[in-house]
Design a protein around this ligand. Structure first.
Ligand code: ATP
Ligand code: MG
Length: 579
């Protein structure tokens, strides 16, 4: 409870946005809870009654008491079951809502937001925070049951013997202080735990996804050392929490012992001086012992709830992050046009401060091919990334058919563009599904036609044809096959602007020829901006922009630039362009 206002704010927001819909389920949980607590509170009364009969040799003890005990325990068992199932069902639905809200937000968030954390670290937010929130909610709901049970038991105790009750009541308020202190610590420790969990997930994910490199370079011991450091950090974070958490239970246990000892002492004294009967005493002690468990649960609940609130705060924090790249107020759908792309003095720095582009200008006329060339790191891929607004320029503008792209809706802008990246990465799904991502409403015939146009003849040789699954990142296909699937996807999209980042790694000649054929088909009738590494592509281009250090240093046709004998000619001579 570092900041009570924010605790109240968190809980009321959770209620408003996610829990309120479950009113009926909550009502049922309350009913089940009350039945369960009532049955628990009746139990010591039964014992009290049984012992009293016992003392008086009452024959009813033979039939009435056992039957009543069976009835009470069955009712309790049944209500326990329903309470648990209904509670978990509601809690898990709330968690699913939170996960969807967070996922929806992160998928729509800017690329720079998502790139800030390792993919596995982002993914871990969905599991670690979900776990602590689930635990806290379950504990909070069960606390209602525990609280009702304790109240019921107190009523029973007072009915049996109010003087003894007074002794027990004096002890328990002492527990409040450590309970508060430990709760505070748990909330603080929770952030460290979540962070470490995320780091561990990231290390593991990297190590497994780079399995080839790890083996090929015999990096097993290196990876083991890395994993060990991570696990040790995780251990340290978890043991810190465990130590804090573990202090509570024993403290509460001892307090319960003090209460029981006090009661036995007083009762012994009263017995010696000719006081109450054995039935009362047994009933009272059993009530006290039965109360110990729910009281302990109430005592440790605060710590769990603080941990859950910390998790909830993190989830809401992610959901509330404003999207850096979003539709501007009054954004319009991109007007249709032939695909005229203009860069005007565009500058851009990456979030970490690395300059990507400094002052880039060019003019890609409709239906033509513009090639960006330049040394590695010159900013070619960065320039392409700005067109679908994966990032926004820090200065300058980009126009498509006369419209500044920041004035168009993101959906219409991105709908006008197809992008084929430097490395073709596919989703772990069938070939058909991967191609269809280009235009989700395409028919099977259209998918097949796009594959044919992209020279995907290898699909026919696959055991399951278009239904073949490609594996994670498409690793079951060759590099050239992956690229052709990615090109088929772009053909299916049929965009007015095509962005192409040629693979830097050379394919074998045959595969290369197939990819080239697919690309030629894809380029027809569209404006193409291509990051070119191959001489053949550069020769075919209508215009070449030579980039260096984030700027255009030369612009012109292949012949003109060669004749000029400047930066482009040097690039060609240095064979920076692969023939
Ligand atoms: N996500 C990123 N975060 C920070 N800096 C980046 C990021 N991506 C690229 N850069 C930096 O921006 C500069 C331009 O990179 P870019 O990827 O545009 O180069 P490129 O011209 O495409 O090179 P290549 O031919 O090797 O693909 C480089 O210095 C690079 O380090
Ligand atoms: Mg690049």
């Amino acid at each position: 409870m570092t900041d009570p206002a924010s605790t109240v704010a968190l809980i009321s927001r959770l209620w408003r946005e996610h829990v309120r819909n479950f009113k009926w389920q909550i009502a049922l949980i309350v009913v089940a809870t009350l039945i369960m607590s009532g049955a628990t509170a009746l139990y010591p009364a039964l014992i009290d009654w049984a012992f009293t009969m016992f003392a008086h040799k009452d024959p009813r003890i033979l039939y009435q008491v056992p039957i009543l005990v069976l009835i009470v325990t069955s009712v309790k068992g049944l209500s326990m079951y329903f309470q648990a199932v209904l509670t978990q069902d509601m809690v898990l639905r709330v968690i699913r809502r939170l996960q969807m809200a967070m996922f929806g937000h992160l998928t729509a968030a800017s690329l720079s937001r998502v790139e800030r954390e390792a993919p596995a670290q982002l993914a871990a937010r969905f599991t670690t925070d979900a776990t602590v929130i689930r635990e806290a909610m379950t504990r909070a709901i069960n606390a209602v049951a525990d609280f009702a049970t304790v109240i019921g038991l107190v009523v029973t105790m007072i009915t049996i013997d109010w003087k003894l009750s007074l002794i027990a009541a004096l002890v328990y308020p002492l527990a409040v202080i450590p309970v508060q202190k430990i709760g505070k610590r748990m909330r603080r420790a929770s952030g460290g735990m979540q962070e470490r969990m995320g780091q561990a997930a990231a290390v593991l994910n990297e190590s497994f996804s780079q399995a080839r490199i790890v083996r090929a370079y015999s990096l097993e011991s290196h990876e083991k050392a890395r994993a060990e450091t991570t696990f040790t950090d995780l251990y340290a974070a978890l043991i810190r929490m465990a130590r804090v958490r573990s202090r509570l239970d024993p403290m509460l246990e001892v307090l319960a012992g003090v209460a029981v000892a006090g009661v036995i002492g007083l009762e012994g004294w009263r017995n010696a001086t000719g006081g109450a009967g054995v039935g009362n005493f047994m009933g009272f002690i059993s009530a006290l012992l039965i109360a110990a468990r729910p009281l302990r649960a109430l005592g440790t609940m605060n710590a769990a709830i603080q941990e859950g609130l910390a998790g909830l705060a993190r989830v809401f924090h992610v959901i509330d992050e404003p999207a850096a790249i979003a539709d501007a107020a009054g954004a319009i759908p991109l007007p249709s046009g032939p695909g005229h792309v203009v860069f005007k003095n565009v500058a851009f720095s990456y979030p970490d401060g690395r300059p990507g582009l400094k002052n880039l200008s060019f003019n890609a006329l409709p239906g033509t091919m513009l090639a960006l060339v330049g040394a590695s790191g010159a900013g070619k891929s960065t320039a392409l990334a700005l067109i679908p607004r994966l990032y926004d320029p820090s200065a300058g503008q980009i126009f498509i058919d006369g419209t500044n792209i920041v004035d168009a809706t993101l959906a219409s802008l991105r709908g006008a563009i197809a992008y084929v990246g430097q490395e073709a990465l596919l989703f772990d799904d069938t070939i058909r599904a991967n191609i269809r991502l280009g235009r989700p409403d395409a028919t099977d015939e259209e998918v097949t036609a796009a594959a044919q146009a992209a020279a995907c003849n290898f699909i026919a040789d696959m055991p399951e044809g278009f239904a073949t699954r490609v594996g994670v990142n498409g690793h079951r296909l060759s590099g050239g096959q992956r690229q052709r699937v990615a090109i088929a996807r772009a053909i299916l999209r049929n965009p007015r602007i095509l962005l192409l980042d040629e693979a830097t790694s050379a394919l074998d000649t045959e595969s290369e020829a197939l990819v080239q054929a697919a690309l030629t088909h894809l380029r027809q009738g569209r404006t193409t901006i291509v990051v070119a590494h191959r001489l053949s592509t550069v020769r075919d281009a209508d215009q070449i922009v030579v980039m260096s250090d984030g700027q255009a240093v030369e612009t012109g046709t292949h012949e003109a630039l060669l004749a000029k004998d400047g930066a482009f000619a040097r690039l060609v001579k240095a064979q920076a362009l692969v023939a």
